[in-house]
Design a binder for this molecule. Sequence first.
Ligand code: ARG
Length: 464
Amino acid sequence: MTSTVNTEKLSSARFAEATDAFVEIFTASVDFDRRMAAQDIQGSLAHAEMLCKIGILTTEEHEAIKTGMRQIEAEIQAGTFEWSIKQEDVHMNIEARLTDLIGIAGKKLHTGRSRNDQVATDIRLYLRSEIETITAQLHRLQVGILDLAEQHADTIMPGFTHLQVAQPVTFGHHLMAWFEMLSRDRERLQDCAKRLNVMPLGAAALAGTSYPLDRQLTAQLLGFSRPSANSLDSVSDRDFAIEFCAVGSLIMMHLSRFSEELILWSSAQFHFIDIPDAFCTGSSIMPQKKNPDVPELVRGKSGRVTGHLVALLMLMKSQPLAYNKDNQEDKEPLFDTADTLINCLRAFADMLPRIQPNKAAMYESAKRGFATATDLADYLVRKGMAFRDAHEVVGQAVRLGLNTQRDLSELTLAELQEFSSTISEDVFKVLSLEGSVAARSLIGGTAPDTVKLAIQNARAQING
Ligand code: ARG
């Protein structure tokens, strides 16, 4: 050893030279991984309990570790814990403080463990709890959708394809499409949580450990479904993180599409909905403006989550087994993904119940777009015409409507009969928007009664 050895530094005995000051900052992760302090302590307490059960720690040492950890928790809570980049990361900071507080027992805690299996465990515990919060927000949003859909099971609006009026639908039905997307997202989250819930502790640095650790016990103490099956894989696998970001990207993609509709609908051109003032801001120069900031921001934030997914895929690509320092880069994208999801879902869940639909504008818009043209074609088919011929006939009727600026329902019976003599008075029932939606009562259709049933089933599904 020379006088330049940094004796405070981890593994310092091996080094002949102190870590370069910038490298110390460059390689430290404590500034961001301290977010996992609670999970780090939780993991350590379970490890200590198991070490005591197998006789590696005495009861006194175990008690001292518990007391020390309680104090550390309190210091972190109170904001008095001194985080130091000299200790590189959250794991070393906590262990160093524990040793300060309780002496030799603190130094025994790391027996049979490495930061490699420790960090993999911490992230899994952390994400497990973030997934619970995300699921709760998702649930709130889904309940909000169901409540609004119930109020508007028979509110008529235009349904679009190519953003052109296509056929009338109910607002409730449209909202239930969003419910379905979020239901799939919830399933995906649960599925991701299943694979996540496997315990790396015991893999140690990469090869396992020669101590007779009771991995089943530690897994049980931490609520993991089982210990991981391969030590090399355990310390290097970040599939669960990628999956989480993939699920997150889908959620954000859905919220972004949802946002886009809210933005369009709240514009003066559509005027289908009013977004409450509390979720909008004005312009610093144009006094008349009310901007839909919340949906716009959510739409914008979808990009960063997809970015994190790609970042993690690239992080893992080409890494040889087992642990590499590259993996330290997994945390910031993960944390930001979780934060973004929680905040965006929360904003949506808060905003949605306060949205005011403008029924009259929706109805008018559906009426203006020849939305019942398909219904007229179906009517002619029921009267015996082949669908392709009916399609042609309706095309002519629409042209007349366009030329005379009238909806199909506003053409006279005589005019309609010019196109086909099979048309009789009962056609007007078919040409009404109400008749059109009511006719679509098959499973998954937009008929008000069908939508009410779908809402009822959905309620049972999310409460079950
Ligand atoms: N801070 C590290 C990380 O986040 C902890 C594991 C460090 N392990 C190591 N062998 N350097 O990945």
